[in-house]
Design a protein around this ligand. Sequence first.
Ligand SMILES: Cc1ncc(COP(=O)(O)O)c(C=O)c1O
Length: 361
Amino acid sequence: MSWPDWIPLRTSLQSMSAYGAPQVPAEAVLNTNENPYPPSPELQAQITQAISQIVGTLNRYPDRDAVILRSALASYINERSQTNFGSENIWAANGSNEIIQSLFLACGSGVALGFTPSYSMHALISNVAGTTWINGERNSNFTFNSEIAVEQVEKLKPTLTFITTPNNPTGDAVPLAEIETLARAVAMHGGLLIVDEAYAEFSPEESAVSLIQAFPHIVVIRTMSKAFAFAGARVGYLVADLHIVNAMMLVRLPYHLSAITQAAAKVALDFRTELLGNVSQLVAARQELVKALNDLGLTTVPSAANFILFTGFKATSPQLWAALLEKGVLIRDVGLSSYLRVTVGNEAENKVFLEALTELL
Ligand SMILES: Cc1ncc(COP(=O)(O)O)c(C=O)c1O
């Protein structure tokens, strides 16, 4: 894009493009790894009630430190990982993208490394923040390789090293022992190891939160957008040593998390048993979808998340993507030649997707 001279846009931004997963109407929307299940009528009613209780105080700023929500998030993490975190170990923001941005603002003074292909926003936010981003390597089958990763960390000595598990867009999850190996390598030269666990609830692997006590330079990023089916509410958080949380307070905007968001998220956490039940259903649907794709002669990358990367079709990725859209199915061309990524949807969406794909292959 060319920019008019009168905008004093920073030079580093001039060649960049905005993040832009297409938002177009489709019968099956399977492109942004959302959870297909809307909030149940009971959850909707409780959220509405919680918001109606605070609506009369919206003339006041919200709790700047979101302490009630952060305590509830700490309890949730402790329950799942048998840890002992308090609100001082949690920072919450408008989606985990804002968490990533805050980490760059606070600690992005050197080089940042991530093992790609991975979540594209890590590199994009790094560039926006003025941190040099380096694309590290994975195995040719896209799996994470801790030996290669350690070599890259030792060579580049990044201030921020990113690992995404399960990884987006490939879906593979990294065993805890390998994260620990990487954490040791990062500890040797200083810097933070950022473990992006946006899809953790879909994975059988143990969360890296259990490593934080031994390795205080590990920061785990989580989100309510996926397992909690709460993408529209925008709630992400990190789990870390309290000094990291204190650093987040230096860069956060005052009152960044609205009172409405805080109240709604607290209710969604109270409904975790119901919401995480839907996660088990999605994991089962993922297995069925993998089988159906394999039966169509396609190759799938093993996934521990709520999406599947697949290949083995004759058309190019943009061609098949466009042909599916014409049939009402929106999936994602993640820019990997001859691969496409599909999010696991509800039963009807998965059926529409498979029928459309069968016709096109
Ligand atoms: C790996 C990963 N991290 C973070 C995010 C951002 O999630 P949100 O900002 O909705 O919390 C996503 C979204 O797709 C993701 O795939």
